[in-house]
Design a protein around this ligand. Structure first.
Ligand code: ZN
Length: 282
């Protein structure tokens, strides 16, 4: 909570690193101590499969798994319960929502586009699951899960990530010949990422290794707070151009992959419509 960090509130801040997988296994051990676990439960596997999660996430994962098991009158909490709890946490709660066949089809094509670009590009996180079951605010989800804990992100990884984000929209364009409103969040994420690459991480050759503050996102209002401008109008113009160039490159990359693998895209979307959820192996 940003309000807690206002000057004068605390005279000392202690930064706690996110736990790595060994820490996560230990945290899981603590939270499952009093829980009747099934023989198949492998905490090490769960720990490795939850990169980025902190103690509170892991606690709620364990609670969720216990709730699912209790609802089914299971004697013990099994690996399957943990898997489903993880799905809920990563993808959101399933939501009852009537979707017309057309809507479902658009969603299936969109999510397949994300997954296909992620699969085709090297240097991307493995696809964990794609689904067209509405969860939370989203009609469909493509979830990627890094293989390891990551602390540094290289430029090529970030560019690939942008292409994956734009893959949904590129697939819609290829199949239906036009865009829908479904990509709003994707576009926002792409823009945020490109802006950080250019303004904060010095990843544009044109601008060089300089930091350009462009205002920080307000935690509650969801919009940017103006910050004092420390660069010229001309630089502002180049920043916009560089961001645009990065996004356009990623967009072209996504569109090329979709065009080159059109049959795979169609097959994937079809399978997704039938199964509603597909995991990495499938
Ligand atoms: Zn999307």
């Amino acid at each position: 909570d940003a309000a807690l960090l206002r000057p004068g509130r605390f005279d000392r801040q202690v930064v706690i690193e996110r736990p790595d997988w060994r820490d996560r296994v230990k945290i899981l051990e603590v939270h499952t101590r009093k829980m009747p676990l099934g023989a198949d439960v492998d905490l090490e596997l769960i720990g490795k499969g939850t990169p980025g999660m902190v103690g509170a996430d892991l606690q709620s994962l364990v609670n969720e798994a216990a709730l699912i098991a209790a609802r089914e009158d299971a004697e013990t909490v099994g690996m399957d319960h943990f898997e489903r709890a993880k799905d809920r946490q990563l993808l959101g709660m399933e939501r009852k929502l009537f979707m017309s066949d057309r809507e479902k089809q658009i969603t299936a094509v969109h999510e397949s586009g994300h997954a296909l670009v992620a699969k085709c590009l090297p240097n991307t996180d493995p696809v964990y699951k794609i689904t067209v079951i509405p969860r939370g605010q989203a009609l469909g989800v493509t979830q990627q899960l890094p293989k390891d804990d990551r602390y540094h992100f290289q430029r090529s990884y970030l560019l690939a990530r942008m292409a994956v984000m734009l893959g949904g929209r590129a697939a819609e364009k290829a199949v239906f010949g036009e865009y829908s409103t479904g990509a709003q969040n994707d576009l926002k994420q792409v823009m945020d990422l490109a802006e950080k690459m250019v303004c904060q991480w010095g990843m544009s050759d044109q601008l060089g290794p300089l930091s350009y503050p462009r205002g920080e996102e307000h935690p509650f209002l969801g919009r940017k707070l103006a910050s004092e401008k420390t660069f010229s109008e001309k630089t502002a113009w180049i920043i916009d151009e560089e961001i645009k160039k990065m996004v356009t490159t990623a967009q072209r990359c996504a569109a090329d992959i979709i065009a080159g693998n059109r049959k795979v895209l169609d097959a994937l979307a079809q399978r997704l419509l039938e199964e509603e959820s597909i995991d990495n192996e499938q």
